[in-house]
Write a protein that binds this ligand. Sequence first.
Ligand SMILES: Cc1cc2nc3c(=O)[nH]c(=O)nc-3n(C[C@H](O)[C@H](O)[C@H](O)COP(=O)(O)OP(=O)(O)OC[C@H]3O[C@@H](n4cnc5c(N)ncnc54)[C@H](O)[C@@H]3O)c2cc1C
Length: 310
Amino acid sequence: MTSLVIAEHDNASIKSATLNTVTAALACGGDVHVLVAGENASAAAQAAAQIAGVSKVIHADGASLKDGLAENIAAQVLAIASNYSHILFPATASGKNAAPRVAAKLDVAQISDITKVDSADTFERPIYAGNAIATVQSSDKIKVITVRGTGFDAAATTGGSAQVEQLAAAGDNGKSSFVGREVTKNDRPELTAAKIIVSGGRALGSSEKFQEVITPLADKLGAAIGASRAAVDAGYAPNDLQVGQTGKIVAPQLYIALGISGAIQHLAGMKDSKVIVAINKDPEAPIFSVADYGLEADLFQAVPELVQAL
Ligand SMILES: Cc1cc2nc3c(=O)[nH]c(=O)nc-3n(C[C@H](O)[C@H](O)[C@H](O)COP(=O)(O)OP(=O)(O)OC[C@H]3O[C@@H](n4cnc5c(N)ncnc54)[C@H](O)[C@@H]3O)c2cc1C
């Protein structure tokens, strides 16, 4: 039994979601291989070879893999899929783009967003916005899985010494082409990897106020900034900051929710945070039911005071 982890990378380094996926693959039992599919991605392949627990890195390199187009990544995975009992992708935007293509072509049922491996064929995954956990057993010969990063610790980035095997890149299948990429420049930690997140909700009232109130606190704490969907929909914060069922799933050491009511769709994205702090002027706000520390206060007064005190 051997598992294949599809690495998320930027050709130079391995992204952290890959590390959680390796831990999930190790829990499935057997050997763990990592596929690094990219162009000029030797550095990423070498980094993957250092990950603790990985026994082999398969490095497919070619122009068709440069931009991580889901169709070409899926074709690359399918070229070697029959060697594996489990194929695991991080449940990130790119993992969720490629995995269903692989599952469909293999004619197997994808097992999505797992948070626990009970055994080699049985997995746990949240349903109903995290209000229930489904235990899913699969009898498919190859199990195609997406892994929720917050459910698994990150594998160590050092300690491994896997061999790196070169593989010819699958050609461009021509179904899609790369047009461009607009990358948000951000000096802050990436939301899903941040240890501290300061999140703002509808209560902020405008993008100016969102910046004025949230940014100084995030700066003081070296935190990433998040937002509720209401804040995003109102244009107070950009879309990629949304935390929740239809946003990002996070589990930092500290999550500070400011003027966020705590709707189940928001809780679905952050309730596994280690320590939750909420500031809300409504004592009945549902966010207080998951908060370790709650402050019933007007955030426009409390947050500047907190920044001052820090
Ligand atoms: C299919 C679906 C998917 C969804 N996905 C998501 C998702 O991914 N993420 C998400 O966040 N939501 C999601 N939602 C929306 C969700 O249901 C809520 O509408 C949203 O989370 C509310 O955002 P909010 O808490 O900022 O706003 P509100 O619910 O309006 O809460 C604002 C809070 O601020 C408090 N407040 C107001 N003024 C102050 C003040 N001066 N000081 C302190 N507190 C104050 C109020 O007491 C209130 O509790 C989804 C909904 C659906 C139907």
